[in-house]
Design a protein around this ligand. Structure first.
Ligand code: NAD
Length: 358
């Protein structure tokens, strides 16, 4: 079987964003922000991440204007209000998010609503730092959207900051990145640029994550995994996400399931469902994974990384499945294979029990 030819027409925007990548890159943070003209920098993070980096007044000098260290998952509206008040008091012209997708997600909303520029220092493989996608949760559930104002102006990747990620979190976060690459490969609007990014990111992630899991202090594997996550984030930014992201979005927003671990638990089942309608993407993915069958290889990778967990273990109740399937199919989304409520129910049930696909 050969790859289908690329679509005859495509458009995409590449925003101006600077990326600085390398072990120890955090040391250049102050200089990088100065070059961009930052005068007063407001930091968004968590206590645990800030405990792992040098003090902010050391890193930022006089530019350090204040900090909000209570970012939590899914960017709750109440957290946004508290952070906005701290930002206002700090009178800053730049926001800096340090942490995983939760801290970066909060930084995005703050920067957008206050008209500030955003810098990001990611410490997980979520890829959020490379996208113009925002998310926020309130009583109505999780809302997401795309807005160029939330995309960081600069991203500093220091793989040393990921050394503290446990094997379990590394595996889950790495499969979150893999899910971006997979869905970009079968997105109807994927340009040759998005496909190239997705294919290389999947290759880097598949090659490095088992090594990270086996030895979390393997610096080379950490760097490779983070560079794969970086490319996957860019691929996510350039392509519409499909059924997998829709399902995870509903499970996180409505039922509070943990973001990365849910991605890892759901991906093999959506991939198995979409495979017959996405032959070219499956071939591309198999090439990246150096495997014959993509679904088997992804399931195997999840098992190797210890993240092939049933959704029942992640907090989903069987009674929630009907409501989740309703919500997933309530509005249209892009996917190579249409899915009815019954189809989604079937996928969720299989993932709920952790059915074997191989
Ligand atoms: P997270 O930021 O919530 O981090 C998960 C846990 O890991 C937290 O307890 C955190 O304190 C800890 N942690 C972070 N970095 C660590 C490190 N280096 N060492 C040890 N512990 C560390 O989780 P996440 O998976 O990075 O991000 C999830 C959030 O990001 C969700 O809200 C999701 O919707 C969002 N997201 C957004 C996009 C986007 O493009 N907008 C993309 C992916 C994810």
């Amino acid at each position: 079987m050969t790859l289908e030819l690329s679509p005859p027409r495509f458009t995409y925007d590449l925003r101006a964003s600077r990326v600085a990548f390398g072990p120890g890159a955090l040391r250049d943070l102050g200089t990088e922000l100065a070059v961009l003209g930052a005068r007063r920098v407001f930091v968004v993070s968590t206590k645990s991440r800030l405990a792992e980096v040098p003090p902010m007044n050391e890193l930022l000098g006089e530019r350090f204007a204040g900090v909000f260290d209570e970012a939590v998952e899914h960017v709750p509206a109440a957290t946004v209000v508290a952070a906005q008040s701290a930002l206002h008091q700090a009178d800053a012209d730049f926001c800096l998010a340090i942490g995983g997708g939760s801290a970066i997600g909060l930084g995005k909303i703050l920067a957008r609503d206050a008209g500030k520029l955003l810098a990001a220092v990611p410490t997980t493989y979520s890829g959020s730092e490379m996208t113009a996608v925002w998310g926020m949760t309130d009583v109505h559930g999780k809302r997401t959207g795309r807005d160029p104002r939330v995309a960081p102006r600069i991203v500093i990747y220091d793989p040393d900051l990921t050394l503290s990620l446990s094997p379990a979190l590394s595996g889950a976060s790495g499969m979150n990145a893999m899910a971006h690459a997979v869905e970009a490969m079968y997105a109807a609007n994927a340009s040759p640029m998005a496909l190239a990014l997705a294919e290389e990111s999947a290759r880097l992630l598949a090659a490095s994550l088992p090594r990270v899991f086996a030895n979390p202090h393997d610096h080379d594997a950490r760097s490779t995994a983070l560079s794969g996550a970086h490319l996957a984030g860019r691929a996510l930014d350039l392509a519409a996400m499909g059924l997998h992201h829709r399902i995870c979005h509903v499970l996180g927003g409505l039922f509070g399931l943990p973001h990365a671990r849910t991605h890892a638990a759901v991906l093999p089942y959506v991939l198995a469902y979409n495979a017959p309608a996405a032959r070219s993407a499956m071939l591309r993915l198999a090439r990246s994974l150096e495997a014959y069958d993509s679904v088997t290889a992804i399931m195997h990778l999840c098992r190797t990384l210890g993240v092939a967990r049933p959704l029942s273990e992640l907090g989903l109740r069987k009674d929630d499945i009907d409501r989740a399937a309703d919500e997933v199919t309530a509005s249209p989304y892009a996917n190579p294979r249409p899915a009815t409520k019954e189809d989604v129910r079937g996928i969720l049930l299989a993932a709920f029990y952790g059915d074997s696909l191989t």
